[in-house]
Design a protein around this ligand. Structure first.
Ligand code: SAM
Length: 287
């Protein structure tokens, strides 16, 4: 693999590019990390890769070699010219100049699957850190026909996303991730693997999307509402956190509910399993 530091500096100089902090631009210059991301994503020629935020194309080059097709989604217009210049010889390269949060990914994937010999769709990205959570939530909540999401994100966020429900680091988002996916921890990446250096350490994680959600509930919206409410006031017990919402009329009503499904009334939100949240929602639905 080339010296990525020199290559990145050369591209930035050639195209007169300085990193735009507001767009979360920290360019990867560590070839071991690139190899680590590519091998974690486990790519084959049957795969369509959706790369979010390709930037100068550091990962893109290896994705193009390994996969059937790469669709890049990049917001910064300056990068589009660079990417087109770099990869015009590849017939499996496509670029969309758009905010990923505005792209209809479901439709994009449907069309690709119809028209190509693509078997699996995988998302791979060194994500812009200012919108990590909205992007991951979009990828999960839109129930896309994808097999996995391999992303580099801030370590602090990664630790929360891949915590097991009930762990010290778990939060509402931990339960949402585990509802949709099985999370795997990858490399921890130091700040000096990028130019410019970000303020925080990074980590690669892989979310293997479940064929069916981890639990069955009739009312998914209510499940996420209850979990969000349970974590809205971290120091409160679950009873107090739920009682302070409009979902319940009184503390007694919440206590009655927890007693009915065999949950200790002194627990906090982070002590519950996803299955127990499922039971709360089923109970509420029946009332
Ligand atoms: N993949 C490159 C690398 O590893 O060196 C660049 C990664 S950099 C952390 C994040 C990239 O996401 C930047 O190229 C940035 O312009 C792009 N980006 C930021 N916000 C975006 C958005 N809303 N939609 C699509 N791309 C975005």
């Amino acid at each position: 693999m080339e010296n990525l530091f020199d290559e990145t500096r050369m591209l930035m100089k050639k195209y007169n590019i300085s990193a735009n902090k507001k767009l979360g631009q920290n360019f990867l210059i560590d070839s071991e990390v690139v190899q680590g991301i590519i091998s974690t994503a486990d790519i084959s020629k049957d795969d369509l890769i959706i790369e979010i935020g390709p930037g100068l194309g550091t990962l893109t080059k290896y994705l193009l070699e390994k996969s059937g097709k790469v669709i890049c989604i990049e917001l910064d217009e300056r990068m589009i010219k660079i990417l087109k210049d770099r990869f015009f010889l590849y017939d499996n390269f496509q670029i969309i100049n758009e905010d990923v949060l505005k792209v209809d990914l479901n439709n994009l994937i449907k069309e690709e699957k119809l028209g190509n010999s693509i078997k699996n769709v995988k998302v791979v990205a060194n994500l812009p850190y200012y919108i990590t959570t909205p992007i991951i939530m979009k990828l999960l909540e839109e129930k896309l026909d994808i097999e996995s999401i391999t992303v580099m994100i801030q370590k602090e966020v990664a630790d929360r996303l891949i915590a097991k429900p009930g762990d010290r680091l778990s939060g509402a988002i931990t339960y949402t991730v585990s509802y949709y996916a099985e999370a795997e921890k990858g490399l921890v990446v130091p700040k000096d693997s990028f130019i410019p250096e970000p303020e925080v350490t990074s980590e690669v994680i892989k979310l293997n999307i479940r064929k069916e959600p981890a639990i069955r509930v009739k009312n998914e919206q209510l499940l996420f509402k209850v979990i969000k409410q349970a974590f809205s006031q971290r120091r409160k017990t679950l009873v107090n956190a739920l009682a302070s919402s409009s979902m319940f009329e009184s503390k007694d009503e919440v206590i009655k509910l927890l007693n009915a499904i065999g949950i200790d009334e002194k627990v906090r939100g982070e002590n519950l399993t996803l299955e127990q949240y499922g039971k709360i929602v089923e109970y509420c639905d029946k009332q």
